[in-house]
Write a new protein. Structure first.
Length: 290
């Protein structure tokens, strides 16, 4: 049998303590890129999570996260002639809480003010007659205010989007229009006063302040369009604004105290000498005769 002499290796005699393992997964000191560096880990400190799609409540939650004092400041600023750059100076960032609060408050002030004015007119006309509240006015106020305060700016934004004018978002459009209706809240309260000339003056004042505010803040957006004809949209908006002012005056601010003037006269030939309850008999009989 032959024997072969093998020299011993000193590295084996050192034992397993000398074995070294190298990681190829990457670390903060190496040049490798880890999962955290690639952005796969979402639970990193300070990272903001997504709020979901526009159909979820979380998407709109940030637009209602606004301080009450800021909302009031934005409301008062709409009545100042110096608010010519409202989108950048006040609506930064825009919110939906203020417009929703403004429109809802306007609905109730219109109904309550008109009901109070109607009850006063009924009492001055006939103190003994019972007054019934017309809750149909509440439905009319809800429809008119929300359609004009939300539907009109949304359609305007949609039209400008179609024409390629993308200077603002739909949130900014609704916020701008909603805050512009704030002036009608004090106007509706003051129109309880039974002086028709004063009511007309208040309606004209509300139309002027809110109309000027919308014009100086919307016209620059229309002027940024390449087509010059887009600027004519401001005329359509002015007509709509005048229509809403007349609607407020006719539907909610047109109550009068009517009393009988002179004795009731029986006019021959009338089909019914008894006028409807709660109306001026002389005037009612004349209308029936017509």
């Amino acid at each position: 049998m032959a024997y072969v002499s093998v020299d011993s290796d000193d590295r084996i005699e050192e034992g397993p303590g000398s074995l070294q393992f190298k990681s190829f997964l990457g670390s903060g000191q190496g040049t490798g890129v880890g999962n955290a560096d690639r952005g796969y880990l979402t639970d990193q400190p300070g990272q903001r999570k997504s709020g979901g799609g526009f159909w979820t409540v979380e998407y709109y939650q940030s637009y209602f996260d606004v301080d009450t004092q800021e909302v009031l400041r934005r409301c008062y600023s709409t009545m100042l002639p110096t608010s010519t750059d409202y989108l950048s100076t006040h609506l930064n960032p825009p919110d939906l809480y203020g417009p929703f609060w403004t429109l809802t408050t306007l609905v109730f002030t219109l109904f309550l003010s008109s009901s109070l004015a109607a009850s006063i007119s009924s009492y001055l006309s006939d103190p003994e007659s019972a007054f019934d509240y017309d809750f149909q006015l509440l439905s009319i106020a809800v429809s008119v205010v929300y359609v004009y305060g939300i539907g009109v700016p949304f359609l305007l934004w949609l039209a400008l989007r179609y024409l390629g004018v993308g200077e603002w978002s739909v949130i900014e459009a609704i916020a701008l229009w909603g805050y512009a209706q704030f002036v009608w809240i004090p106007v509706s309260i003051l129109c309880v006063i039974h002086v028709d000339v004063l009511r007309w003056a208040l309606v004209v004042l509300g139309f002027g302040l809110s109309g000027y505010f919308l014009t100086v803040n919307i016209y620059p957006i229309l002027a940024s369009a390449e087509a010059k004809a887009v600027r004519l949209v401001i005329i359509v908006l002015a007509v709509l604004h005048a229509a809403i002012a007349l609607t407020f005056k006719i539907m909610f601010f047109s109550y009068f105290a009517v009393k009988n003037v002179g004795p009731d006269l029986s006019v021959p030939g009338l089909p019914n000498d008894t006028p409807p309850e709660g109306t001026n008999s002389t005037v009612a009989r004349w209308l029936i005769g017509q």
